[in-house]
Design a protein around this ligand. Structure first.
Ligand code: AMP
Length: 178
């Protein structure tokens, strides 16, 4: 059984990080709590185990932790969605706007193998404005794969980020912060 109150209690709020006014949701305190981490992964496994997920794509960097753990539970492959310039082989990329300027994320051109239309689950630790996840969903669709759902451990609901993702795929958030 998922105990949302318990899980929320294991996530640490760090005020004014990385800059004044931001309350950073620190999930390292969930990860180092074996009961919390296992409860969360059990919940995600149950949700996705019968959905024929072939790949889990995790967004750099905390999406790697949850994504890789979930991929092995589902018998799926894991694909890292990385910041520009980190992946060694030929890449496909997508730009997205930040408060000031642009950022860019990439995947390897062959990240999902040769067959197109694979079922991909997109995952990250947190959705804020939704810009990063929107770019990731676009990127996966650009290489002709099927984004089954975008999954987040925490949704900062007041920023309405999920509205940007709903254009591309379904959204699921384990914990919502109003
Ligand atoms: P966004 O593109 O605005 O949805 O931002 C999402 C990305 O930024 C995710 O990869 C999060 O890990 C990170 N992020 C944004 N805001 C926070 C926050 N308040 N606490 C922790 N991580 C955050």
């Amino acid at each position: 059984m998922l105990d949302k109150e318990f899980l929320l209690s294991t996530i640490r709020d760090v005020p004014d990080f990385p800059k004044p006014g931001i309350v950073f949701k620190d999930i390292t305190t969930l990860l180092n709590n074996p009961k919390a981490f296992d409860m969360l992964m059990e919940h995600l496994q149950k949700r996705y185990e019968n959905k024929n997920i072939e790949f889990v794509a995790g967004i750099e960097s905390r999406g790697f932790i949850f994504g890789a753990a979930l991929a092995t539970r589902l018998g799926a492959g894991f694909v890292p969605v990385r910041k520009k310039g980190k992946l060694p082989y030929t890449t496909v990329s997508e730009k997205y706007s930040l408060e000031y300027g642009f950022d860019e994320i990439e995947i390897h051109i062959d990240a999902f193998g040769n067959k197109k239309g694979s079922n991909v689950l997109l995952i990250d630790d947190l959705i804020a404005t939704g810009g990063t996840a929107e770019a990731a969903a676009k990127l996966i669709q650009k290489v002709n794969e099927n984004v089954v759902e975008a999954c987040f451990i925490i949704n900062l609901k007041f920023l309405n980020g999920e509205d940007r993702i709903k254009k591309y795929t379904d959204v699921y958030s384990v914990l919502e912060i109003e």
